[in-house]
Design a protein around this ligand. Structure first.
Ligand SMILES: N=c1c2ncn([C@@H]3O[C@H](COP(=O)(O)OP(=O)(O)OP(=O)(O)O)[C@@H](O)[C@H]3O)c2ncn1[C@@H]1O[C@H](COP(=O)(O)O)[C@@H](O)[C@H]1O
Length: 87
């Protein structure tokens, strides 16, 4: 099972290698504004799932929000340690 840190390592590698067909590369190329909109959209989906859908659907929406937050970190050149030091 993939962890938060393992996903960030995978996405960092995608950003470095820029493989053909990577959605992450496409998101990074779309820029901060587009990534930010995606985060807001996914956050709303988390809220709606938590209120009206199943626990499984809620967990899936949370995973998507976490993914897009990681893409934003990469777009900004931030690391997980930059975040962890505030936890
Ligand atoms: N964990 C994720 C992940 N979570 C969410 N997403 C993206 O977020 C979208 C979720 O959006 P929604 O379900 O709301 O559907 P949607 O609004 O129709 O989506 P889009 O129209 O925006 O594509 C998905 O379509 C993916 O593009 C993810 N994309 C990739 N990953 C993982 O990231 C890694 C690298 O992926 P690639 O860069 O694509 O190789 C792989 O391990 C993937 O499993």
């Amino acid at each position: 099972m993939k962890t938060f840190d393992a996903l960030f390592a995978e996405l960092s590698e995608k950003a470095r290698v820029r493989p053909e067909g990577s959605g992450t590369v496409a998101q990074l190329d779309a820029g901060i504004h587009a990534i930010g909109k995606k985060i807001v959209e996914e956050a709303a989906e988390v809220w709606m799932a938590a209120e009206f859908q199943t626990d499984e659907q809620t967990a899936e929406e949370v995973s998507q929000l976490l993914y897009h937050l990681q893409v934003l970190l990469l777009a900004k050149g931030l690391t997980l340690d930059d975040v962890y030091k505030h936890l």
